[in-house]
Design a protein. Sequence first.
Lengths: 310, 302
Amino acid sequence: MYRRRNFLLFAAVVTAASMQASAQTSPIPDFSGVWNHPAFPWFEPPAAGPGPITNLSRWAEQRPAGAAGSAGLPAGTVGISDYDQLVGDYNSPILQPWAAAVVKRFGEMSIAGTTFPNPSNQCWPHPIPFIFKQFTMQMIQQKDRITMLYSGDHEVRRVRMNGSHPSPLKPSWYGDSVGHYEGDALVIDTVGVKTDRPYAMQDLFGTPYTNKLHVVERYRLREYDDVKDALERNKKENWLFNGDVFSNHRGKFLQVQVTIEDEGVFTTPWTATMTYVPTDQLNEGVCAENPHEYYSNKDTDVPKADKPDF
Amino acid sequence: MQNSRKRRRGFVFLLALSAALGVPASGGAQRTLTPDFSGMWVHPYFPGIEPPAAGPGPVFNREHRATGGGNNTRFVGDYTNPILKPNAAAIVKQHGEVSSSSMTYPTPSNRCWPSGVPYIFFQPGVQVLQLPRQIVFLYLRNHEFRHVRMNESHPARVVPSWYGDSVGHYEGDTLVIDTIGIKADRPLAMVDMYGTPFSPALHVVERYKMIDYDEAQAAVARNLKENARVPDTASDLSYRGKRLQVVFTVEDEGVFTMPWSGAITYERPGMAWEENVCAENPFEFFAGKNGAVVPTAVKPDF
């Protein structure tokens, strides 16, 4: 009698345990922490296939870390992207003719010595994918949502997990983002980034976008060997303005692979990556404060009044 | 005797099995529960800071509406409030004189600058993200956020920053946050919408707790004597559950004669949380309409 009762109890416990075990899903990747990608102006080009607009204006080599690195040096045609003279490659085959003309016009302003206004230097929200200019990001994962915080001007993106885009979709500053996990990857799909806004451009080269813009991001934690080729491409393309924080890091990297399409602007979808290293904290950055005079390599003596006007 | 030994052996066997399978034998391990502040919270008042239940409270508006509550189209801070040192009272009075001459003086919120603490309590909406080692507050207007490091101390040397250095810990059902190092050397340095100044000695302690409906209604009644309810952050008027309340204490020996307290009693929203971009500035509040006709050029200057 005891044996039968013990057996029944045993069976009940095993069943309960196995039910608990089968209710568990595969572990959700942990992207918590603050992630840093101090490289300007733009993405790591992909290993193959159509990639992002790059800069026709180049510096011969990596510049020193910090603001001193962008002290009005002569532009060239070889080396890394010259962050002081943003001339998007209007010959890129990804651009439709009208978009190429827009990019060319912005490039001409740069060559003439004008820094054209963009969301970042005018303190407006960064549309997706322009927001990838933000080099420090914190991802907060909750069960039904993901919140992404950016250090520049405390921007916030919200991603609804396991949902669909609403129909009709009302365009908004950051678009409508829905996400889900695929194994070890977080996939975020964004549409509905509003075009009716000041400085509607999707990158620092002034590339326009339309209401057909569609951005897919895939975030994964990677090891050094997985990302070292992308890090090499980054070093050859972009200015590492805080020095090379990437090459000696041997812990986890966060890498996002981005696929962008916009049939109103591009001839083809294109991809790129951005690879982050961990950092300590999300620093405050207040755009309106505007203390930097980058070209003179000093902090601005902002005009001040001795007494208030009223 | 033999039966009881068998029973004990059977019990021990089950205990061991339970442990191996990870099923709690006693029906659940006990652990301290941290209070759950999750979700969206709104505070549809402007400027908003509520008087405390007792003790010295914040500067309030000398201008009241005929129907009661502060006149939120004309801010004249009460410069006779005994919490103000003479230097601070003079600054509050000066701001009030601007309002009285029908001008709107600049503030962090109407100039799209970061709020700082405790100015940020004007925010009509907040979301609290409780993570293991930090708390993140997300605010509705102009996508402001604050970080609070949990169970840590302030560094020995605090570098002043826009939102200060905030450290927090739980005391039972209450989240306690201590903030210092809010930078005073910044445009429009004020602790409230009346222009009340602050110094580097500013120190703010916040205590967040979930309170029940009756206690919340008492706070609302106190608040309506000083502040006006605004409709643009719709709240769920049918909600009767617990709600989030923060009671905060401010001290600053540079400007205040004594510490004072204020409160914010939040409600649940009745509408979706929308993006808000200060620079967009589409409102003409005094004309009573949205969609200010912002000057636009037909073609770019360059």
